[in-house]
Write a protein that binds this ligand. Structure first.
Ligand SMILES: Nc1ncnc2c1ncn2[C@@H]1O[C@H](COP(=O)(O)OP(=O)(O)OP(=O)(O)O)[C@@H](O)[C@H]1O
Ligand SMILES: [Mg+2]
Length: 335
């Protein structure tokens, strides 16, 4: 399998690094097939899209027709043996983009896959990235159900169908979890060894590996942001503070809980108000709950059992140490 190149920052391409376990999971689905839809959830910027794009290479090598869609940014890739269907896909997606009907893109991809199964009866995969953000929480469940129907009641006999959906949108995770239509998997930030491999591809003039790890917690997007901002951690935290819109009323309301959660995120586990958990989840600040580390729901290496320095508790974690730092700084500044 060819390892794809990825732009970690503008002007810096890196090779897709490690994630061997996550790629092996895809190979298992190739070998054994899928019974339910696989929905992969994880911290923003941990590498879900990169893994899907690398999986596309892998699946193509195994002779799959593959469609990748990301309705959020209108991106579509198709490795499809039927030229007419491929053209139809691109035409419809372009129309949807022109009409600003992004949610429709997810369904266009679904229809094309449906048609591919009918025509090819072979090996077909749909990789749906960031769909839930666009189609909304309620419709997300319908979309997953529709994908499940492809597996359970296909329009024709087929050899293999693979359906993977990824999201960093926490509330849709809960909505999907209410049904039995999907396996909910979790991808964490890169493990220490993988992060080291990624870091070794950077040009010199950088922060030490140890410090970069401690600051980013292994999140490749945060590493990219650090590089872009000249290794100035404060700038990265400023950017996060701006984008998370943590308001004075939010701080006033939850200050006591937040101060404790900064020291130990597991304080959000036992008795914390659901409203607070929802607000932190919606803002993509925490992952709650974290599955036990030996669970098969981890799509790659799980985080450590507990690492309070990185903001990882046994049951709850900050998405990265920088996310925690953004909350800590806001608490200090909004007194
Ligand atoms: N395994 C990897 N090897 C090299 N670079 C990676 C790897 N995983 C992710 N990256 C880089 O890190 C950045 C963030 O990754 P990516 O966009 O895949 O995250 P994501 O989980 O899809 O984020 P979001 O939740 O916002 O959709 C990108 O620049 C990507 O190219
Ligand atoms: Mg993504």
């Amino acid at each position: 399998m060819r390892r794809i190149k990825l732009p970690l920052v503008p002007n810096l391409q890196v090779e897709f690094t490690d994630r061997d376990l996550a790629l092996r999971r895809v190979e298992e689905w190739v070998d054994r097939g899928m019974r339910l839809v696989e929905v992969v959830y994880g911290p923003e910027g941990c590498g879900k899209t990169a893994w899907l794009l690398q999986s596309m290479e892998l699946l193509r090598d195994y002779g799959f027709d593959v469609v990748y869609v990301n309705p959020l940014n209108g991106q579509v890739y198709a490795e499809v043996g039927v030229r007419d269907l491929r053209n139809e896909l691109f035409k419809l997606v372009q129309e949807a983009i022109n009409q600003n009907a992004l949610a429709r893109i997810a369904w266009i991809a679904y229809n094309v896959i449906n048609e591919l199964i009918r025509v090819r009866r072979g090996r077909v995969a749909i990789l749906a990235d960031d769909v839930f953000q666009v189609i909304g929480v309620r419709e997300s469940a319908m979309y997953v159900k529709a994908l499940l129907n492809l597996i359970e009641y296909p329009p024709a006999e087929y050899e293999r169908v693979i359906t993977i959906v990824t999201t960093s949108e926490g509330l849709s995770r809960r909505e999907i979890g209410r049904h039995t239509w999907a396996h909910l998997d979790v991808m964490w930030n890169m493990a220490r060894e993988s992060f080291k491999q990624l870091y070794s591809q950077l040009p010199s003039g950088k922060l030490g590996l140890e410090e970069a790890w401690r600051i980013t917690g292994g999140n490749p997007r945060m590493l990219g942001e650090l590089i872009t901002k000249g290794w100035n951690t404060k700038e990265v935290v400023n950017w996060l503070m701006d984008s998370k819109t943590i308001t004075q009323s939010f701080i006033n309301k939850w200050r006591n809980w937040l101060e404790k959660a900064i020291e130990n995120p597991d304080t959000l586990w036992a008795n914390a108000p659901e409203e607070l958990i929802n607000e932190l989840t919606e803002r993509n600040l925490i992952i709650h709950p974290l599955p036990s580390r030996d669970s098969i729901t981890w799509i790659d290496q799980p985080p450590p059992e507990k690492d309070l320095e990185l903001g990882i508790g046994k049951y709850v974690a900050w998405q990265t140490p920088l996310h925690r730092e953004a909350v800590r700084r806001t608490l200090q500044e909004l007194t």
